[in-house]
Ligand binder design. Sequence first.
Ligand code: FES
Ligand SMILES: [Fe+2]
Length: 360
Amino acid sequence: MDLAANSTLPARYYYEPEIYAKEETRIFQRNWFCVGRGSDVPNAGDYIVRRVGGESVVVLRGEDGAVRAFFNVCPHRGNRLCPNEQGHLKGRSVICGYHGWTFALDGRLVGTPKMASTEGFDRNAHGMRGMAVHEWQGFVFVNMDEKPAPFTPNLGNIGSRLHAYNMGHLVAAHRKSYDAKANWKLVVENFTECFHCPSVHPELCDIIPGFRSGIIQQENPGGAVYVEGGNSMTFTARTNRPLISTIEKEDEGCFRSTTVYPNLLLVMVPDHVESYTLWPRGPKETTIVFEWLFEPETIARADFDCSDTVAFADTVNRQDWTICEQVQEGVQSRAYQSGFYSAQEHLPRKFNQWVLEQLG
Ligand code: FES
Ligand SMILES: [Fe+2]
């Protein structure tokens, strides 16, 4: 194996502010970036505000039911239009809190106090500046590029089984947010290999014994296999919850995962789906929002309880963030310039190649 062709990214890619600034403009602003679920803004006038590539973005649902995204900036003198993280827009309009410019939910400028006498002022030219939005499997993605590339997630062969989980229909029964003192790429790289599973995740290897070999199966449509009778991410691998109603025989007892670059990681199991949305906060910090998604019919059951899978995933997640934080410290050492991937780490290598392509 050619060692040079299998080297990791240089260490500085994990801590230098200049590299991170380049990632903000070339990766987070130019690619389709997951900002949440459509169900985060269920009704017309509902909005969320998210930070993407150093920009504040308002995602809202319009009168016509469509989800739109805008830069959170007033075209008059630059005030933040929506200062809160989420809410409902009263009167179904966005009203700037500085001088009262008012925008319809589709971004059109509809009210401009005292501008009537300003010569040459054309309301139509001063709406909220929008960006491209794409909804996929219930997730909302935004893209700030003027000419965004088509949304084509690179899912490998696993794409052929995604329909089994009917993700657009699922809703979050539980959400947990983690702050990891680690570069976002370390989190992605860690998610895309299982070489670390035997040493970092003993509980995970107990329920999916194949992970003891360190082989991730992330691009294998067959996925990884639970212990006999296993169907969920719990300490016993078992659950009393109904399985997702659309899964088929070949999905039972199966663990699948996939990565939608740059910031959505998915785990699909027979009774639910788990999503990680990564929020890079700087070169050395990442917030990870983790959601447990179930069919609404399952959540509505009187006996619904997901505390077993919340406890299990929380254990595995904390193991991962701890190791990512240790790596973050290590790669900043003067003793480390870059490392090497083994054959089992082909997906982190693929991700690194993607990162380098994006950064040009
Ligand atoms: S800055 Fe928004 S109305 Fe003046
Ligand atoms: Fe892990």
